[in-house]
Write a protein that binds this ligand. Structure first.
Ligand code: PLP
Length: 432
């Protein structure tokens, strides 16, 4: 399988190069150059598969460069937690992708990428540096996934005073090969510093440097696995209708990977892109104009994205055909008030506590008015990560999940840097 830039379909690279470059030299994003369809035999028998077997079948088609026994190990190590589909009510199902170590779905892409990099690193004789900007959940998933991996250093940039205390604890308490850099600026400043570093060839003289943001194809591809696993579990429940997927969306990685899964043959009837008040993509689907905005704070803060990076991959997948995209995807924007109401009413009806991001997906599924077809909502985070919102919605103090409880008393190990690139450059060029 070859990978092409969204801006230049003629030049292709292999998976390893796409992974280690992160962004294509022309500024585009790497996407698979073709989408082989899984054979019908496989699709007809898929309810007999385990999560890991389904994962292998999907990833083999995209990663032929990695021997299949290695790929098996990578998948087993990366997905070492359950991803259950639970029935919420009537036609609504929740795919709980938040049972990994940092309690959000980003563990899946992060752990797959880390295990793949670790495998490829044994063939490289250079040190590997991973740089990533985070507004919260990405940083913790990456830190956790890469912690203590030999020959790999991770640099996580986060905006000072703009992430929650719990999120900061999840990034800054590792030490070792995980370098937490507290930037005196905004998330956009962090992202700009990362992009500047990636474009700086002087840093690449004696090391390999790439990013672990969702622009990296190695994070996106494995997300197809959980979408497929949701479909498999639905069949195992005896439901054979092709479902609609309601997907809480920010940078659109979750949605793009679902569209990829459909491209290789999985039966998905339609997608609902569920956004918070940052409705750039939902607005695009309504108006056909894409107008990036500065992001606004919402209760579903991991989706506060005003210029979603995977938009470029998504339109490319639909051949820049707006009508074609609209036949497949609808967009719905959900306000903070609706998030609170959804958490409250779902709890009252079923005793199930939704996290604010999943609440966006559930509210959008209800707004669609579809009641006669199954809808799978990606449940992207554990409610225990957002105690303030849950208390506000249902007046309940939920206990801190054990994974987070462990971090509470650990010392913060971050270094402060300014928004000046030379500061970041100094940290990066230091031999570690
Ligand atoms: C990152 C994130 C999202 C949004 O996913 P994208 O792939 O950026 O669209 C949704 N929910 C949670 C909890 C997240 O951390």
């Amino acid at each position: 399988m070859k990978y092409m830039s969204t801006r230049d379909h003629a030049t292709t690279v292999n998976f390893e190069d796409a992974l280690f470059q992160g962004l294509a030299p022309d500024g585009g994003l790497y996407s698979p150059a073709s989408f082989p369809t899984l054979d019908n035999n496989f699709l007809d028998r898929m309810e007999q598969l385990s999560l890991h077997k389904a994962g292998e079948a999907i990833m083999t088609t995209f990663l032929q460069e990695i021997p299949s026994s290695q790929l098996q190990t990578i998948i087993t190590n990366a997905l070492n937690f359950p991803i259950p589909l639970t029935h919420l009510e009537n036609n609504l199902y929740l795919l709980e992708v938040f049972h990994g170590p940092t309690l959000a779905f980003k563990d899946i892409g992060a752990r797959f990428m880390a295990n793949t990099v670790a495998y490829l690193a044994t063939e490289q004789h250079k040190k590997i540096k991973i740089v990533v900007a985070t507004s919260g959940d990405t940083g913790s998933a990456i830190a956790n996934a890469f912690f203590q991996m030999p020959n790999i250093d991770v640099y996580i940039l986060y905006p000072s005073n703009k992430i929650s205390r719990l999120q900061e604890q999840q990034i800054t308490t590792f030490g070792g090969n995980v370098h937490a850099l507290e930037v005196a600026g905004t998330f956009d400043d962090c992202q700009r510093l990362v992009k500047t570093a990636l474009a700086d060839d002087t840093l690449r003289r004696d090391c390999i440097m790439t990013t672990a943001n969702s622009i990296n194809i190695a994070r996106l591809l494995p997300q197809m696995i959980y979408h497929a696993w949701g479909l498999i579990q639905l069949k195992q429940m005896g439901i054979n209708d092709a479902p609609i997927l309601s997907i809480p969306s920010g940078n659109l990685g979750n949605l793009t990977s679902a569209v990829f899964a459909k491209s290789i043959g999985f039966s998905i009837q339609h997608f609902i892109a569920a956004t918070n008040i940052n409705s750039v993509f939902a607005d695009y689907l309504q108006s056909s104009t894409f107008k990036p905005q500065t992001s606004r704070r919402s209760l579903a803060n991991a989706m506060d994205v005003g210029d979603p990076s995977n938009f470029e991959r998504l339109i490319d997948r639909y051949g820049n055909d707006y009508e074609k995209m609209c036949r497949d995807i609808s967009g719905t924007s959900i306000s903070d008030e609706e998030i609170i109401l959804e958490i409250k009413s779902t709890y009252q009806k079923h005793g199930y506590i939704l996290d604010p991001h999943t609440a966006v997906g559930v509210a959008a599924a209800r707004k669609s008015g579809i009641t006669n077809e199954p809808i799978i909502i990606t449940a992207t985070a554990h409610p225990g990560k957002f105690p303030e919102v849950i208390t506000k919605a249902i007046h309940l103090d939920i206990p801190l999940p054990p994974q987070l409880e462990l971090l509470i008393n650990k010392p913060k190990l971050s270094e402060e840097i300014s928004i000046d690139y030379t500061d970041f450059y100094t940290k990066l060029s230091k031999r570690t």
